[in-house]
Design a protein around this ligand. Structure first.
Ligand SMILES: [Fe+2]
Ligand SMILES: [Fe+2]
Length: 471
């Protein structure tokens, strides 16, 4: 394991790929299929345009990002693992402290394969969901950020495919092939998780997706960075450094829309944001409700024996497992609101069975932090409006609340009442029509569409009129 990246190799890497010719050949055979998938399902129509992208050239802290204009198909997708000092150990579970696994233990093979494939499937899925967005970009700055996210999701797929090829033999190679065959939203061959089959037609959804859905990724990757399967832990650790940018794009993108809407609200004699061509706060709230709740589903069931087994065997920890005192979690309970006879009652769940919910808690706290920041923008720009996160029971398709109906405050309601209010609570097709009508591309360097405020700072400290994408 080195910190230097072999950039001469067909597949840039710091995993010593050239020492393993069989693996190298297998991945080099997968490469053209990947490029074909990228061409078919990646961003449309911008393949020949140089984009100001960052590429990893070293995995050391602060030294891994190198910026230059490259055409997306020429991006150096590679395999990078965070280097490890000393001998890794299991971070949690029954055998906490025992040596970590450098290869897949037979008894955990199926579970690990499932964990890795599920994570891997989200990466190409999001690229597919976002493929048309370049045509309605509000600025070259945003266009560049979209493409940066896209190429890095592609690299995350590489990261997972490397693990499948290296550690799972024939099965792993088959899984890697299937990752290029499923399609987001396809009726016959959909992506594995529901949020990754939802359409992402416009930039309000794009920013909400990178804010809320990529943020699920942050917590899943964070939990896998605590894995006793050391190659997975180090792979996901490096992915987290890239993921931070995706979350930045989402959080600041929504923040800039919120700021702009507050400005337009003030400008309009009736406080009507839409009359000024902006995005009204009700619509922003509906979009938050929609993507936040689909993203909550990604954490899985509130009470889960799978989650318990993953934790007990050290396959998956909690977010920042090191900050917890007790890494076995055999004693203790989690007080969970469950549905019983049409009522919400609190039940104590053994801690290990509540691991999904504990990870979801970390996520909710992080989303609340962002929400507070956005509401501060509203105060700063003189708007009386405030935005909120809906209850985690609202609009759920997974776990103990699915099949029941709650309002955004988390109170029981009938299906009839839910359906009646749905257009006020969640994104509806008319919303998409309106958003698409205002989202005309704005490709002039330094200019921004009317519905969004410019960022405070350029990428890599570039000036405002910088040509992030050469069209
Ligand atoms: Fe990713
Ligand atoms: Fe991401």
């Amino acid at each position: 394991m080195t910190t230097t990246v072999d950039l001469q190799s067909k597949i840039p890497n710091n995993v010593g790929l050239s020492d393993d010719p069989k693996l190298q050949r297998a991945l080099e055979r997968w490469l053209p299929n990947y490029l074909e998938w990228w061409h078919d399902m990646g961003p449309t129509d911008f393949e020949d345009k140089p984009v100001y992208l960052r590429t990893a050239i070293s995995v050391e802290r602060g030294g891994w990002a190198n910026y230059e204009h490259v055409r997306m198909p020429d991006y150096r997708w590679g395999i990078f693992l965070t280097p490890r000092d000393g001998d890794p150990t299991l971070k949690c579970g029954d055998d906490v402290g025992a040596p970590a696994w450098l290869d897949v233990p037979g008894e955990h093979r199926n579970a690990l394969r499932r964990i890795i494939v599920t994570q891997a499937d989200t990466e190409p899925a999001s690229v597919e969901q976002q493929r048309l967005l370049g045509h309605s970009a509000p600025s070259l700055y945003d266009l560049r950020n979209l493409f940066q996210v896209n190429v890095e999701e592609g690299r995350h797929l590489w990261a997972m495919v490397y693990l499948l090829h290296k550690h799972f033999g024939r099965d792993g190679r088959d899984e890697a092939d299937e990752l290029l065959q499923r399609r987001s939203g396809d009726v016959d061959k959909p992506r594995i998780l529901q949020a990754f089959n939802q359409p992402c037609d416009h930039w309000l959804s794009f920013f909400s997706f990178t804010m809320f859905t990529d943020r699920d990724g942050k917590f899943q990757l964070g939990a896998l960075a605590e894995s006793g399967f050391d190659p997975l832990a180090r792979t996901t650790q490096f992915m987290l450094t890239e993921e931070a940018h995706h979350l930045f794009v989402g959080e600041t993108g929504l923040g800039r829309i919120i700021q702009r809407s507050a400005e337009l609200e003030k400008q309009d004699p009736n406080g009507d944001v839409r009359a000024q061509g902006g995005i009204d706060f009700d619509l922003i709230q509906r979009t938050i409700n929609y993507w936040y709740t689909y993203s909550l589903d990604l954490f899985g069931g509130e009470i889960s024996s799978n989650a318990s087994n993953f934790f007990a065997s050290g396959l998956k920890g909690r977010f920042h497992e090191g900050r917890f005192e007790d890494h076995k979690a055999i004693v203790g309970e989690y007080a969970l609101k469950v549905v019983e006879n049409g009522k919400l009652v609190v039940r104590d769940v053994p801690l290990r069975n509540a691991m999904n919910e504990i990870l979801r808690d970390s996520y909710v706290t992080d989303c609340e932090r962002a929400m507070a920041k956005w509401n501060k923008i509203l105060v700063e720009f003189g708007s009386p409006r405030r935005l909120t996160l809906p209850s985690r029971r609202f609009h759920r398709h997974q776990g103990i609340y699915q099949g029941h109906f709650f309002n955004p405050a988390g109170e029981f309601i009938s299906e009839e009442v839910f359906r009646e209010h749905e257009p006020q609570w969640l994104l509806v097709p008319e919303d998409n029509d309106y958003l698409l009508s205002i989202m005309k591309p704005c490709y002039e360097p330094g200019k921004f569409a009317n519905w969004i405020a410019p960022p405070r700072k350029g990428i890599n400290s570039q000036p405002g009129e910088f040509e992030y994408v050469r069209l």
